[in-house]
Design a binder for this molecule. Sequence first.
Ligand SMILES: Cc1cc2nc3c(=O)[nH]c(=O)nc-3n(C[C@H](O)[C@H](O)[C@H](O)COP(=O)(O)OP(=O)(O)OC[C@H]3O[C@@H](n4cnc5c(N)ncnc54)[C@H](O)[C@@H]3O)c2cc1C
Length: 408
Amino acid sequence: MATDRTDPYDVIVVGARCAGAPTAMLLAQAGHRVLLVDRAAVGSDTVSTLVIHAPGVAALRRWGLLDAVTAGGCPPIDTYSFDFGPFTIAGTPRPYEGGSTAYAPRRTHLDRVLAEAAAAAGAEVRDRFSVDELLRDDDGAVVGIRGHGPGGSPLHERARVVVGADGGHSRVAREVGAEEYLTRPTGMWAAYTFWSGLPVEDFGTVSRPGRGWAAIPTSDGLTLVGVGWPVAEAAAYKADVEANYLATLDLVPGFAERVRGATREDRFFGAAVPNAFRKPFGPGWGLVGDAGYTKDPITAQGISDAFRDAELCAAAVDESLRGVQPFAEAMAAYQLARDVRAMPIYEFTAQLATLEPPAAEVAQLLAAVSRDQGAMDDFAGVTAGTVSPVDFFAPENIGAIMGAAAAR
Ligand SMILES: Cc1cc2nc3c(=O)[nH]c(=O)nc-3n(C[C@H](O)[C@H](O)[C@H](O)COP(=O)(O)OP(=O)(O)OC[C@H]3O[C@@H](n4cnc5c(N)ncnc54)[C@H](O)[C@@H]3O)c2cc1C
């Protein structure tokens, strides 16, 4: 027999990581009664290469959580480098809310800080609790969840709004049939692991035709190195992940030698991520984070996007609960704001993730960028999400970069 409580929550948030925990925190801070559930344990690991760009760092600062996140021992990352073979672009991203610094904390630490902040704000946090089904009223509107905790007995919980922050394979999105749009082909399959004895200071990426990798300083003095191949070659890569990973690094022998001299401290993690938006709302339900919008990790946008969308989604849900705006209108504004901000970097990301060499005119532009520190800082800002690709690749800006290169 399922237990059915009579006093509904204002909001149930399914998924307690980068998207769900801040959404729950912000709604609880706004005075709403919030239940935050996750089938995983708070503080457990997940697949991610960890980089939080300046806009995400700014969100943590606004929420008063930056010190707690960096207390986990992850160093500041102030410069980004992009090695294209014949030239390297290295710069400091243009600032966002006064800061350019990125961090790459282990998710075991970051996600715990976020879930604890939700609890401190007054949300009821229930981890190791799986949602098995959404509850509907006679009109089909979502009115709650059916799930189970470690004991296994089914539990019903009701709410005025259920927010799915349950990741790219979102059960909430699947059950409500959330429409997908602007899908782009999946780009790469990447594997990463953690190394000691391999100090790096910047967020460094290397691109070679059909191959790419990144080295990122993270918590506990470790360096994360992730290596991507086109998804069409994923089966070949997976046939021997370690050998293929190391052989790819041999494309830059000096770095490969450093990795071979370092100590691997963890297993290999691997993933390919689809590129798609989902409509993030309908009667009684919303989506936030990867549940509503996923993209290839090559530009490391997911965590910062999840923070931004948590703020947008929580504000929309709050307005509807307070009767300021009807739910559908408030959530449509959230969807529009999310899509307008995400679209340019989404297209840039999907293109980059093919790992195809840049077209000749783009290669020419990037070579010119590599000789101009201001342009390199702007390019770093594109990846960091502090400079719009629309502005960077605008004809006037390209003209200015090429003109300056020609005059040199
Ligand atoms: C290989 C790889 C590298 C990446 N690198 C970066 C990077 O460097 N920087 C960056 O910003 N982003 C990166 N990302 C993306 C980033 O990890 C995601 O965008 C981010 O984790 C999304 O957060 P989320 O809260 O939306 O979802 P998730 O982190 O996926 O969390 C969803 C949660 O929902 C829970 N859940 C799911 N179903 C249920 C259910 N039925 N009941 C209860 N709970 C449920 C899960 O247990 C999980 O804890 C990377 C992703 C991958 C795969």
